[in-house]
Design a binder for this molecule. Structure first.
Ligand SMILES: Nc1ncnc2c1ncn2[C@@H]1O[C@H](COP(=O)(O)OP(=O)(O)O)[C@@H](O)[C@H]1O
Ligand SMILES: [Mg+2]
Length: 439
């Protein structure tokens, strides 16, 4: 991490926040009540993080040095710094406006307009920095400037920006996510830990080796000879357009879809002819496309289903770990799974795969159909699992997000692997960018 990537990451969080406020403004306009807890969380985050930390840090280092190196940048910085300076006062005014609206002194329509005014300024500000300032900084700042800037941004003992402060900012951000309306947010967290895979599992070792896999629906060949590998501890992304064969690949791998040619080796064993429950016992556990939780069954019973191949005595303990990861599931543990929101059902589907104690976790489009903030939470969960050493095969249409967290990736097109490489290589590949990343 360097200062620029920290700044860009801050920007993308702030952008999501602005989008979320816009969404809430729309709801308020359509007469939803004003949720003060949500707005307080948003304003606390902006006050603590954006106004007290993010802006001063830019002012003190990046902007100060860039001013000296580029007169073109200096003009833009002048305008941006006026906005930095006015930030706290504008925020205070918006807080007062929201409070007035919650007391009924302002109509929903008026509040929505104020909120949009605020997010428009915020978005334009972020855009100006991303589109103008950061490129100018890359072009004009000298090595010694970068050394100074990076040092300031990476100072982990800094009271404003050290580890402790960062944990607090993250906490504030999570609070916003958990208080955002069902349609954009959820009451789950992406923290907590499950058992890590055993320490003896070294990275370079092959866990899964698929060779020439073919599979058909009637006379139509959906997989035309897929060769793919996953090493222990790796996160591998399989990306491709709708209908490319991603789901068919995962289903053939877990044994619920017949394989007409090819072989599958898992942990040095040929499992090509094993039944699906036997593959699951060996640790190939899938969170299926479209989540497929059992709506009438309780959340607890859904989790128990995922653990049916496991010894009884460990199941309760494993379920508690899932509840630590996803507190909202614990809160609702006795309720029918059908009462959960889409994002919560996705968490349940992942939880159900995890209680099967996967050695290879298969995730089929975990972000499908979810609102932006939820997509982020789902990817946070995957990142956490990855950090804990879980081996993951991630299927996604959301190619950018998937490749960004993957060690390696494969691009699938109509039943064939057409490209493979590290996540970063694929993200920067022209072909991939044009076809899947919309750039
Ligand atoms: N149950 C099915 N019966 C017939 N054809 C199917 C079935 N499921 C998928 N297909 C076809 O197989 C191809 C791959 O589908 P799928 O694996 O679902 O792709 P993806 O998951 O990448 O969107 C598509 O052409 C699709 O129409
Ligand atoms: Mg699919």
């Amino acid at each position: 991490m360097d200062a620029l990537s920290i700044i860009s990451q801050d920007h993308s969080n702030m952008w999501r926040l602005a989008t979320t406020i816009d969404h809430v403004a729309l709801e308020i306009e359509q007469v939803a009540p004003v949720d003060m807890a949500f707005f307080n969380a948003v304003f606390d985050y902006i006050e603590q993080f954006v106004d007290r930390f993010h802006h001063p840090k830019e002012d003190d280092y990046l902007f100060r040095l860039l001013r000296q190196r580029s007169s073109e940048a200096a003009v833009i910085i002048d305008a941006l710094q006026v906005e930095h300076r006015d930030g706290p006062a504008n925020l205070a005014a918006l807080r007062a406006t929201v409070a007035a609206a919650s007391r009924g002194e302002l109509s929903g329509g008026q509040l929505a307009m104020e909120l949009r005014g605020y997010t428009t300024v915020l978005k334009n500000h972020i855009r100006a920095e991303e589109k103008n300032i950061l490129p100018l900084a890359r072009a004009h700042l000298q090595e010694s400037d970068w050394a100074e800037i990076n040092k300031a941004f990476l100072d982990n003992a800094d009271p404003l920006f050290g580890e402790t402060a960062k944990a607090e900012y993250r906490e504030l951000y999570h609070r916003v996510v958990s208080l955002a309306p069902e349609s954009v947010g959820m009451g789950g967290h992406s923290v907590g830990s499950l058992q890590a895979s055993s320490a003896s599992e070294t990275k370079a070792e092959l866990l899964l080796q698929v060779q020439g896999m073919e599979s058909c629906y009637g006379r139509i060949k959906a997989l035309k000879g897929i060769t793919l590998e996953v090493r222990r501890g790796e996160t591998v992304a399989l990306v491709g357009a709708n209908g490319a064969g991603k789901t068919t690949f995962l289903r053939t791998l877990s044994g619920v879809q017949p394989m007409s040619a090819g072989s599958i080796h898992f942990d040095n064993e040929d499992i090509s002819k094993l039944r699906s429950d036997k593959r699951m016992r060996r640790g190939i556990c899938q969170s299926p496309e479209g989540r497929q939780v059992f709506g009438p069954l309780s959340i607890e019973d859904n989790l128990r289903l995922g653990a049916y191949t496991q010894p009884k005595h460990q199941v309760e303990g494993d379920m508690e770990k899932i509840f630590t990861m996803f507190p909202i599931l614990k809160e609702k543990r006795a309720l029918p799974a059908g009462t959960l929101s889409g994002g919560q059902q996705q968490m349940l589907a992942i939880g159900r795969a995890l209680v099967g104690r996967p050695r290879l976790l298969l995730l089929d489009e975990p972000s499908m159909g979810l609102a932006p903030l939820l997509v982020e939470e789902v990817f946070n969960v995957i990142k956490t699992l990855k950090r804990q050493g879980m081996t993951i095969l991630l299927v996604e249409q959301n190619a950018f997000a998937a490749l960004a967290i993957a060690d390696r990736g494969y691009v699938l097109e109509t039943g064939n692997v057409t490209l493979t490489g590290t996540g970063q290589e694929l993200i920067s590949n022209e072909q991939v960018r044009a076809a899947y990343l919309g750039m």
